[in-house]
Design a protein around this ligand. Structure first.
Ligand code: FES
Length: 282
């Protein structure tokens, strides 16, 4: 176990960290939010932050490093006041994401994963953020700015640098990278209902589905409907063996492949009962 981490910056984090740890049955399960808490304090996961997490969770520094270096949302260098991520994954790229990134790099005078000299913006190309229906997408402090162009992105970063209040396409006004990190650590700021949430493009498929159901052109499925999960005998929940989209029976499919049997867990099966008793994956 690591030695206690000294320093005022981390002293006042201890109470918050203990609050996070208390939410989980095992302390080590709190590692991801604790790393966000460290980033909220220092703007990145420093060596000292790694030691802090290791000490509180009873892990080695190497174990914490392994996690912090695996996920790209944990930064190894200080992030500026705002983190600007330009999606350059497939759909955003073909609709202009690469041009947006190139324009911002030249406008800000930074390369990928670099911070402007005034410390205002860290620019990074990012992977798909599940907002392809609004491509090309720019994320600022992990809030969505939809349907961007090179020009709108330049105007966006200029407003961020000037300290103006900036409102994302969906979500509450930005408060900076560190404020978002504290949110991701699990300390809610009570602003979840501020600003627009889901946009029209994301909801279009649901409304088409509902309309078709109402017209009698579709059945099954439970998108947007409120049937209880336990609908009772004879009633379909819309999922799995009750009549939903998947009719596959895992018992039958396992039996069809004798070389790769994955039988269901039975109390009389020593391997599965042992796994369950030990709390492992069933
Ligand atoms: S490809 Fe950019 S959000 Fe999905």
């Amino acid at each position: 176990m690591s030695a206690p981490v000294e320093g005022a910056a981390f002293e006042h984090l201890r109470a918050d960290a203990q609050e996070v740890i208390a939410r989980y049955p095992q302390p080590r399960s709190a590692l991801l939010p604790l790393l966000h808490l460290v980033q909220a304090e220092e703007g990145f996961v420093s060596e000292r932050g790694v030691d802090f997490c290791a000490e509180l969770l009873g892990l080695t520094a190497a174990e914490v490093q392994a996690v912090a270096t695996f996920y790209t949302m944990y930064k190894r260098r200080p992030v500026g006041r705002h983190h600007v991520g330009v999606c350059t994954n497939t759909l955003c790229a073909v609709l202009g994401g690469d041009e947006i990134l190139a324009r911002l790099q030249s406008h800000l005078g930074v390369g990928n994963d670099e911070t402007t000299e005034d410390g205002a913006i860290t620019l990074e190309h990012i992977e798909c953020n599940a907002a392809c229906d609004y491509a090309p997408v720019v994320m600022v402090d992990w809030e969505f700015f939809d349907d961007q162009t090179p020009q709108s992105a330049v105007e966006l970063v200029d407003r961020l640098r000037s300290g103006e209040e900036v409102v994302p396409t969906r979500g509450a006004p930005l408060r900076g990278f560190r404020a978002t990190e504290r949110l991701l650590a699990g300390f809610y700021d009570g602003r979840a209902d501020e600003g627009p949430s889901a946009g029209h493009a994301s909801l279009a498929g649901v409304s088409i589905h509902r309309q078709r159901q109402d017209d009698g052109r579709e059945d099954g499925g439970a998108i947007g409907r409120s049937e209880p999960a336990d609908a009772g005998p004879g009633l379909s929940t819309g999922y799995g063996r009750d009549g939903g989209p998947s009719a596959a029976d895992p018992t039958a499919t396992a039996a069809s492949d004798p070389a790769n049997r994955t039988p269901p867990a039975h109390a009389d099966d020593p391997s599965t009962s042992r796994t369950r008793a030990e709390g492992g994956a069933p």
